[in-house]
Design a protein around this ligand. Structure first.
Ligand SMILES: [Zn+2]
Length: 226
């Protein structure tokens, strides 16, 4: 992706605004109240204290709260990084569903992302010629096949294979009882969203962009000759 995305973070000076999506600086404030003696303090509601960050670009607010000292976004709903622009529709649908539940259940998010990867395999088989031979029987087999038949550099192969396997493995663990508790480790879910974007970028976007560039050169040369 050309534009780097900075996830909103507590007390962050600047990040991508969840309202307007623009990378913008944020102004932070507390919700304050005065007590009977006129002493100003941070307002507590049901044991929660709230914070506001206002976006310099769209002027809208993000409301945060602390839960056991962990900052969480209250409004708007915390979502994952936006999907890669060339993500196929059937994959994007699941990606966005996973994104919407990220704040409540990172574990459910990871299980859905594995499904998104499976949908990507189906898309590749049906829409991109070199991947026609995918069996779509199991994800493990498809991963090996993609690495075999795709036009990737050696190093790219390794990273891509690991990225796909990480989505597969974490997704599996999310769906079964396991020692890895993803809900205690939301960072894992966030990384998995990045992995799906990376996979789409490597398999779909990069070859597509390269082809477009080569076609431009080709048609420029053809014009000169004719
Ligand atoms: Zn904004």
């Amino acid at each position: 992706m050309e534009n780097k995305y900075t996830k909103p973070y507590f007390k962050g000076n600047a990040f991508n605004c969840p309202h307007c999506r623009v990378y913008a600086s944020m102004t932070w404030s507390n919700f304050l109240e005065t007590d009977n003696f006129g002493i100003i303090d941070i307002k507590q509601v049901e044991g929660y204290s709230f914070f506001e960050s206002a976006c310099y670009n769209c002027k809208r607010s993000i409301i945060w709260y602390l839960e056991n000292k962990n900052p969480k976004m209250f409004f708007p709903k915390e979502v994952a990084i936006p999907p890669e622009e060339n993500m196929p529709e059937n994959v994007k649908e699941i990606y966005e569903e996973a994104s919407l539940i990220l704040g409540d259940s990172p574990r459910a998010s990871c299980a859905l992302l594995r499904l998104a990867l499976q949908e990507l395999m189906k898309y590749l088989k049906e829409n991109i010629e070199i991947y026609n031979g995918l069996k779509n029987r199991n994800i493990d087999e498809d991963i090996k096949e993609i690495i075999n038949i795709g036009n990737f550099y050696q190093e790219q192969k390794e990273t891509l294979k690991e990225a796909m396997n990480s989505v597969r493995l974490v997704g599996n663990k999310a769906s079964h009882p396991s020692e890895l508790d993803i809900n205690d480790n939301p960072e894992i879910a966030n990384i998995l969203f990045e992995m799906i974007n990376f996979i789409v970028e490597e398999i779909i976007t990069k070859p597509k962009e390269m082809k477009e560039k080569l076609n431009k050169i080709k048609s420029a040369i053809d014009k000169k000759i004719n």
